[in-house]
Design a protein around this ligand. Structure first.
Ligand SMILES: NC(=O)C1=CN([C@@H]2O[C@H](COP(=O)(O)OP(=O)(O)OC[C@H]3O[C@@H](n4cnc5c(N)ncnc54)[C@H](OP(=O)(O)O)[C@@H]3O)[C@@H](O)[C@H]2O)[C@@H](O)CC1
Ligand SMILES: Nc1ncnc2c1ncn2[C@@H]1O[C@H](COP(=O)(O)OP(=O)(O)O)[C@@H](O)[C@H]1O
Ligand SMILES: [K+]
Length: 494
């Protein structure tokens, strides 16, 4: 698991490390790692144009020292200084000694330096940045976006909040971010994720000083370890029995997609008791279909309730019935709309509940998501005593105790109708085995989000995807996550 940290946690950890190392040593470690990544990205370094965007803090110092190393390898390096009288002195000296040039950002021609560069290194603001970019910094960020060079952020893209990923106005659009000591949360969540590009972690020796993380990102290996394949002693019941209450006469597809995803994730046994029995029977002869609602379905180890299920009185009765059981329940879509009207239905549960809202469904519980997605998911989870899986580009999964996972897989191709129904089916299947495996519900939900995202990436390799493609590609995605077959190209940090 990759720990995710706030800027404050990183700052606090840096203090004792700074005190224990010779002056400037940490910045040299950072600059060496940064220059190494830039060198790899450039290929041949000699003769290539590198623009350094340099602010007044240590982030600018990192950029200047890395620029000096690249200039030493023959790159044509120009530093564009936002505040020439406050730029890092030793860094400037090192750059000049290596043959680098310097121009103030206010000089005519500074933007052209950025536009012509093969690589633009953003050392304007690091974890000391506050609020949106000031005008001159925003101009340079826009010039980098418009140019053809590779864009690389130093520690964090300037203009993003390192802890929440919030962007207030303009931020540097990095294709790569070289981050120091620890992965900052803002690089993987909210708008920050889209600005950070691929994240490279440079080790500074900070680990012994960092607190135990409360936010994490799972890797393929973490997910594989939580999705054990069946063993000789297993039968269809020990694989986890999932009950699906999705779909209706108006929306039979939600039932078909949800039941199919559950079957394809961990095909022990799926009991279907929703309102689209004929459709599910036709699509999935493997499912056991009943028409008497949850009460007549037989024993299950987890329920999935809500996708396409409607919000009428009958749907409300079904929701109350499953929430009164002692097994894990995943609540999605229409059932979230109902639950938002009666949140006490979930507060009094003893077994785990997982809610899977997108932003509009989240808002029905009383507050907008806002710009701090981790904070928002944690607040609702603590309020309701339920795991909250807040969907989005970087899905956030929060436990009532604060433990949080930020998903690192997925693709914007998932923004299409029905993919959420598939996620519910996957999560139901993982939850159904959690009683036997001891997997906490928050981890089961995070595993499902990771697998859903990987399946989306796999399906998108063939072009635009529809939700049914995810169901079809799920077994292959499970296999690849377990290391069977070539890895799916992903975008996990480090
Ligand atoms: N500590 C360590 O061990 C190590 C730290 N390292 C590096 O240090 C970085 C942190 O450095 P830092 O603390 O100097 O702050 P930093 O992010 O460069 O910016 C502060 C300056 O920006 C300015 N400014 C603020 N907001 C602004 C805005 N919106 N728009 C424009 N300007 C704004 C503000 O100026 P002022 O407001 O005073 O005008 C202030 O002077 C960290 O990210 C990492 O890269 C590595 O070398 C490894 C070892
Ligand atoms: N821009 C995006 N990038 C990555 N994933 C996305 C994006 N938009 C949506 N998704 C994912 O697609 C799924 C959509 O779910 P949902 O909104 O419930 O759709 P539906 O109700 O139509 O099934 C979620 O898993 C969400 O995280
Ligand atoms: K930066």
């Amino acid at each position: 698991m990759i720990g995710l940290f706030t800027a404050e946690e990183v700052r606090a950890a840096e203090e004792p490390l700074l005190a224990a190392t010779p002056e400037g040593a940490l910045m040299q470690r950072a600059a060496a790692g940064l220059a190494a990544v830039c060198g790899r990205l450039l290929g041949p370094v000699y003769g290539r144009r590198v623009a350094l965007l340099v602010g007044s803090g240590n982030n600018g110092g990192d950029a200047l020292f890395a620029g000096a190393r690249l200039a030493g390898r023959g790159a044509r390096v120009t530093a564009v200084l936002l505040t020439p009288d406050r730029a890092h002195g030793a860094g400037l000296t090192a750059l000049r000694r290596s043959g680098g040039r310097v121009v103030p950002a206010r000089n005519p021609g500074a933007e052209a330096v950025v536009a012509r560069a093969d690589l633009v290194l953003d050392g304007m603001l690091g974890i000391g940045g506050r609020g949106g970019l000031r005008q001159d910094a925003a101009v340079l960020a826009r010039a980098a976006a418009a140019g053809a060079g590779i864009t690389v952020a130093v520690d964090v893209p300037s203009g993003i909040d390192a802890s929440t990923g919030e962007v207030d106005g303009v931020a540097f659009p990095a294709m790569h971010t070289v981050t120091f000591g620890a992965v900052k949360r803002g690089l993987v969540v909210g708008e920050g994720r889209g600005h950070a590009g691929q994240v490279h972690l440079v080790d500074l020796g900070l680990d012994p000083h960092l607190p135990t993380p409360t936010a994490w990102q799972l890797t393929d290996a973490d997910v594989a370890a939580r999705l054990e394949p069946p063993s000789a002693g297993d039968d269809k019941y020990s694989q986890g029995v999932v009950g699906v209450l999705a779909g209706s006469a108006a929306y039979p597809g939600a039932g078909v997609l949800c039941a199919g995803a559950a079957l394809r994730t961990r095909p022990g046994l799926v009991r279907y008791a929703g309102g689209a029995a004929d459709g599910v029977r036709a699509a999935w002869p493997e499912a056991i279909v009943t028409e008497g609602g949850p009460g007549g379905a037989g024993r299950v180890q987890a329920w999935v309730v809500g996708p396409g299920a409607g919000t009428d009185d009958a749907a409300r009765t079904v929701l109350a019935e499953v929430l009164a059981t002692d097994v894990p329940v995943l609540v999605d879509a229409d059932a979230l709309t109902l639950l938002a009207r009666e949140p006490d239905l979930v507060r009094r549960r003893s077994a785990p509940t997982v809610l899977t809202p997108h932003d509009r469904e989240f808002a029905r519980f009383g507050t907008e998501v806002g710009t701090d997605r981790i904070g928002a998911a944690r607040r609702l989870a603590a309020d309701l005593g339920a795991v909250v899986l807040l969907k989005g580009d970087a899905t956030v999964v929060a436990d009532p105790d604060g433990t949080t996972f930020v998903n690192g897989t997925g693709t914007a191709d998932l923004a299409t109708a029905g993919t959420g129904d598939v996620l519910s089916g996957i999560a139901g299947a993982v939850l159904a085995t959690s009683a036997a495996t001891g997997l906490p519900a928050v981890e089961a939900a995070a595993v499902a989000a990771h697998l859903h995202g990987r399946t989306g990436q796999l399906a998108a390799q063939r072009g635009p995807l529809v939700a049914g493609d995810l169901v079809r590609r799920l077994p292959e995605a499970v296999g690849r996550v377990r290391g069977v077959g070539p890895a799916v190209l992903g975008d996990s940090p480090a």
